[in-house]
Design a protein around this ligand. Structure first.
Ligand code: SF4
Length: 701
């Protein structure tokens, strides 16, 4: 390498593993990336997506200039127009006519400023995020059980456990670096067992000692059955339950209503297989239950999360080395967004809409405009756009026309909306096509700030190259709009560091241990300290100045009683069932080498080479029943829409189940937006949609 080459550490912008990346930069270009050897999440490893990051850079396809109604303009005019429209709509229709739809791709600093502007100063609670689609059920179940949105585990627990239960997770493809850590752990520990619970046999099953191919949607039955079985076989920790929890007897009584016969039947498993799993769970102190979208993306995802947590509480396996319920987020900064209040039902710093929290946040921000009640969650929010109740929506760094359920309705709603502002780094997406005002945002490698991964670890993303065209940072765009709206005093930010230290100070403001999220020890960082910040797990406060590996190991929780809560849930199946018209069950998910709606990963030919066209996986027998063969073009329909994709036969799926990836959209293939088929049915607690279970039909085109 020549003298002109610099190496900087940053963080991968894709999945919730949050791998550290060492980027080599020469002549203002990223010429190579490798895994950061010192980052605790990945210790030098990168998956294929991360290792292709530098191949996705460049100005082609980028949104380079602001525009209004398709006409290029300058920043001053664009920001004046945004501010004027927001002001007019607020004055005419009230703040509730304005909505923000954010993204787990944003940096925490961007998220914080958006949330503060919307909730604190414009006064609208309608601030939701694509993280609603990803982990909001896991959040809701943690809050119900522990009193806070707090993941108790660390990645190294995956290496310390003796039983690893993966539920609804194809980690081999969706969280590849963590999967490699699991493989290595199993190779190093011959006693370690792995159970994979998934209706589909995926690449993750390669490390499974047992694969439980359960009936789709039966997870709560399986784990409530486990709770009853553990108690019946004296495997519950009664001392722990007595000392640290509430609600056990009531919860157990529900679990005991189901016989093993009924649980096995509901789950579609042989009793022997079920008993093997239950016995291993009972026998293994160091058990991690690792779960992801197969649990969360359900109309009862919150209950499913609590059914898992109930079993860990009953055995006292929380916050101990190699033990705990461990939800894994999909996005790189889903957790950072939660920290600043990016969800419509939260304020900031994990505060709910309680009278005390409202007073706390209003006092900290010194505002009289703070919205007083939760806003609409994603699906309801876009319904309100469709109904004309929301007159202006500002979408940042996400593509809801592809990713939301009933996506054709979302597209029509945006096309009919008075004011659609889209900040994005990509020029042509299905959502930018609906915008009145387009604002070019900086991308990974250009922007600077922090993200929080699935083990609560805050890491720096660093600016490496000069943004192309007139692209600007999201926090800067929001700050300028705040100034134009007259809120200059509260948005005196000159750098992401200014935002971060304010966010850190709010986390400790009137906290006193009431909230698990507390990074107040970072509220005094100088610019140099912020630039040099090493990855650290929250809480980071006076008690734990170096960060915190595990939570709740002392049996104290952040509920009002200080005790964890068993949730006496009644197991539920999916809300829709197959019918004569729609006899199949449609499941959706990711493939190995693409990310979200392909706006970034679709720029790398190497990544496209893995799988370059949309497809449906189908069992050979079900394919034959429908007159389909490998490579045929098939039309898949639900009552919400239809798409056309190629058939791929796969014996890993049970009969009458099909799987379609989420990534393809109208930019890459016509009629391939699978979320246009998904019902807008949501979990009643979390608002997360049921992406994993939709009755569908298939036929040859
Ligand atoms: Fe990036 Fe996730 Fe791959 Fe790590 S595992 S390199 S965070 S996509």
């Amino acid at each position: 390498m020549t003298e002109r080459t610099n190496t900087k550490d940053t963080t991968c912008p894709y999945c919730g593993v949050g791998c550290g990346v060492s980027a080599k930069v020469r002549d203002d270009q990223i010429i190579a990336v490798s895994g950061s050897e010192t980052h605790p999440a990945n210790l030098g490893a990168l998956c294929v997506k991360g290792s292709a990051l530098h191949e996705t850079m460049g100005s082609h396809g980028r949104l380079l200039h602001p525009s209004i109604n398709g006409q290029q303009t300058d920043w001053e005019t664009a920001l004046d127009t945004v501010a004027d429209r927001l002001r007019t709509i607020r004055e005419t229709h009230g703040p509730e006519a304005i909505a923000f739809y954010l993204s787990g791709q944003l940096l925490t600093e961007d998220y914080y400023v958006a949330n503060k502007l919307a909730k604190g100063f414009i006064g609208t609670g309608h601030v939701d995020t694509n993280s609603r689609l990803c982990m909001s059920s896991a959040v809701a179940s943690y809050k119900r059980a522990f009193g806070g949105d707090a993941v108790p585990c660390s990645y190294e627990d995956l290496e310390s456990c003796d039983l690893l239960v993966l539920v609804g997770s194809n980690a081999a493809w969706t969280h590849p670096v963590l999967y490699r850590r699991m493989v290595a752990a199993k190779n190093n520990n011959p006693d370690m067992r792995v159970v994979v619970i998934d209706p589909r046999r995926t690449a993750t099953c390669d490390i499974a000692d047992v694969h439980l191919a359960i009936t789709p949607g039966s997870d709560s039955f399986l784990f409530m059955g486990l709770l009853a079985w553990l108690h019946q076989h004296r495997a519950t920790d009664l001392d722990y339950i007595e000392a640290h929890t509430e609600g056990f007897a009531e919860t157990l009584a529900i679990a005991q209503q189901y016989s093993m016969d009924e649980i096995a039947s509901r789950a579609g498993l042989e009793q022997d297989t079920l008993t093997t799993f239950y016995q291993w769970f009972a026998d293994t102190e160091k058990t991690i239950t690792f779960y992801s979208q197969g649990i969360n993306q359900s109309s009862s995802g919150t209950d499913k999360g609590n059914a898992i947590i109930n079993c860990h509480l009953a055995t006292g396996r929380i916050g101990k080395v190699g033990a705990g319920p461990f939800s894994i987020t999909g996005q790189p900064n889903a957790m950072g967004g939660r920290e600043v209040g990016g969800l419509a039902n939260q304020l900031a710093a994990h505060m709910d809409y309680t009278p005390e929290a409202l007073e706390t946040v209003a006092a900290f921000w010194q505002t009289d405009n703070l919205c007083q009640q939760p806003g609409l969650k994603a699906v309801d929010l876009f319904d309100a756009v469709a109904e004309g109740k929301i007159k202006a929506i500002w979408i940042m760094g996400t593509n809801p026309v592809v990713s939301l359920p009933n996506a054709d309705k979302v597209k029509a709603a945006l096309q009919a909306c008075d004011t659609v502002i889209v900040s994005d780094c990509i020029a042509e997406t299905d959502t930018t096509a609906t915008a009145n005002i387009l604002l070019p945002a900086t991308s990974w490698g250009e922007k600077s700030g922090t993200v929080t991964n699935s083990e609560r670890r805050i890491s720096r993303q660093r600016s490496l190259t000069t943004p192309p065209g007139e692209a600007r940072h999201d926090w800067w765009i929001l700050t300028l709009v705040a100034h134009k709206l007259g809120f200059t005093h509260a948005f005196a930010y000159e750098s992401p560091r200014d935002v971060f230290v304010e966010h850190a100070a709010l986390s400790g403001f009137r906290n006193g241990g009431k909230r698990a999220f507390d990074i107040s020890a970072l509220s005094t960082l100088t610019q140099q300290q912020y630039d040099d910040l090493k990855p650290v797990q929250w809480p980071v406060n006076a008690t734990n100045p170096e960060g915190t590996k595990r939570l709740f190991g002392d049996g104290r929780f952040v509920t009002s009683s200080g005790r964890a809560q068993f949730i006496p849930l009644q197991p539920q199946g999916p809300r829709q069932e197959p019918s004569a018209t729609y006899p199949l069950i449609l499941n959706t998910g990711r493939i190995r080498d693409q990310w979200h709606t392909m706006t970034r990963t679709g720029r790398s030919q190497r990544l496209l080479n893995h799988i370059d066209a949309p497809f449906v996986l189908i069992n050979p027998s079900t394919a034959a029943d429908n007159n389909l063969a490998e490579g045929d073009l098939a039309e898949i329909s639900t009552r919400y829409g239809c798409i056309q994709v190629q058939v791929t036969l796969d014996e890993g799926l049970a009969e009458r189940q099909i799987f379609v990836p989420i990534h393809w959209n109208d930019q890459y293939a016509s009629r391939a937006r699978v979320d246009s088929l998904v019902a807008p049915l949501t979990d009643p607690v979390s608002g997360q949609p049921e992406f994993k279970y939709n009755p569908a039909a298939i036929k040859k085109v």
